[in-house]
Ligand binder design. Structure first.
Ligand SMILES: NC(=O)c1ccc[n+]([C@@H]2O[C@H](COP(=O)([O-])OP(=O)(O)OC[C@H]3O[C@@H](n4cnc5c(N)ncnc54)[C@H](OP(=O)(O)O)[C@@H]3O)[C@@H](O)[C@H]2O)c1
Length: 342
């Protein structure tokens, strides 16, 4: 049986438990394509998974939700795709037919089903989209999970309009950096928070109006003064942040929560919230329709991802270290050059 290299988590004792090993190369079933991966990227999710802090753990598992590569084999019954097509992968399966939320069988690549930190992966044909022409494989691989989450938060949930004042928390994160690029491209005025001054400087270079250090207890007051009140908040760490920005939201504010980096619980001052007629939305990932709309927007606006660092597949430990360190943007794993022999 032909073998391939893959990053496999066999026990959930932290990122060091993810090891590069030899695995059987998968064969495409009916309706599937096999993708030879050129690049993948990491998300905070891989840290949760490596520590066993993820629902539906299924060990051992090949990690990684995000990938870009070249179709190298077609299963029976696949139409409209060809060997050699450059594709980027939708990172989940079974969203279902309801655009409002996914079906019960919705799941992501890289847990519980095999993921993209491998030389080859088989997915349903509907899971691949053409790679936007202005992006390399490494750039395209940075998008899927973080970008579709940011896209759905800004569009389906917050319905951002030009001129909206948008606050994005923890700007160094992958989701947050895409939210910044997209919101700026939508014509919004964006402010950010970070624990790192250099991240705020980089956000300003990407079009943010300014930023606030969330270690400073008075940051919410400064944020209200600078913005005049936020119409939209995109927040991946409400336990640390909500109490500070709760008084800095505008009338009719839309707050979108997509993560819990600082812990699961946060307090809401009820009068501050209801007297402003505010709404809190929860969001997680996005549907195939969201993914397609996001890629169209990215192609139309020529958006490129913020990549903190790239590592070869052989140095997966270095990639995980970079994800755990303070960073700005995505950590990419380079797997193969297009057209190269395995
Ligand atoms: N709902 C979904 O579909 C979905 C999808 C993707 C991710 N997520 C979740 O969203 C979160 C971020 O994921 P990611 O992959 O973008 O993470 P990431 O790239 O690992 O970034 C995490 C970021 O959190 C920020 N942070 C740390 N402490 C903070 C605090 N006290 N207040 C505000 N921000 C803080 C840091 O930004 P600074 O260094 O700039 O401070 C850091 O860069 C995770 O909880 C993840 O599980 C959810």
């Amino acid at each position: 049986m032909t073998q391939m290299k893959a990053v496999v988590l066999t026990e959930a004792e932290g990122p060091g438990s993810a090891r590069l090993q030899s695995e059987p190369r998968p064969e495409p079933g009916p309706g599937e394509v096999r993708v030879r991966l050129c690049a993948a990227s990491l998300n905070h999710r891989e840290l949760w998974i490596s520590r066993g802090q993820y629902p539906g753990m299924n060990l051992p598992s090949i990690l990684g939700a995000d990938g870009s590569g070249v179709i190298d084999a077609l299963g029976d019954g696949v139409d409209g795709l060809n060997v050699g097509d450059d594709v980027v992968l939708y990172p989940a399966r079974d969203w279902g037919t309801n655009e409002a939320y996914p079906s019960d069988s919705f799941c992501l690549l890289g847990m519980p089903i095999p993921g993209t930190l491998a030389e080859y992966l088989c997915v349903p044909a509907a899971n691949v989209a053409p790679r936007p022409a202005h992006l390399s494989h490494a750039q395209a691989a940075a998008f899927p999970t973080a970008a579709v989450t940011a896209w759905r938060a800004l569009t389906v949930k917050a319905a951002v309009r030009p001129g909206d004042r948008v606050l994005i928390t923890g700007i160094g994160g992958g989701v947050a950096t895409f939210a910044l690029s997209f919101a700026v491209a939508m014509g919004a005025d964006v402010w950010v928070t970070s624990g790192t001054a250099s991240n705020i400087e980089q956000a300003v270079a990407l079009g943010a109006k300014g930023g606030f250090d969330y270690h400073d207890e008075a940051w919410g007051k400064a944020a209200r003064k600078a913005s005049g009140g936020f119409d939209v908040v995109i927040d991946g760490a409400p336990a640390g942040a909500y109490a500070a920005y709760g008084r800095a939201i505008a009338m009719g504010a839309r707050i979108v929560i997509y993560g819990s980096t600082q812990g699961p619980f946060f307090k809401v001052n009820a009068p501050e919230f209801f007297l402003r007629h505010a709404t809190i939305h929860g969001t997680a990932m996005g549907s195939p329709a969201d993914f397609s709309a996001m890629l169209d927007f990215v192609a139309k606006k020529g958006i490129t991802p913020v990549i903190q660092a790239s590592f070869p597949l052989d140095d997966i430990a270095g990639a995980f270290d970079a994800l755990q360190d303070a960073h700005f943007g995505k950590v990419v794993v380079e797997i193969a050059k297009p057209g190269s022999a395995t």
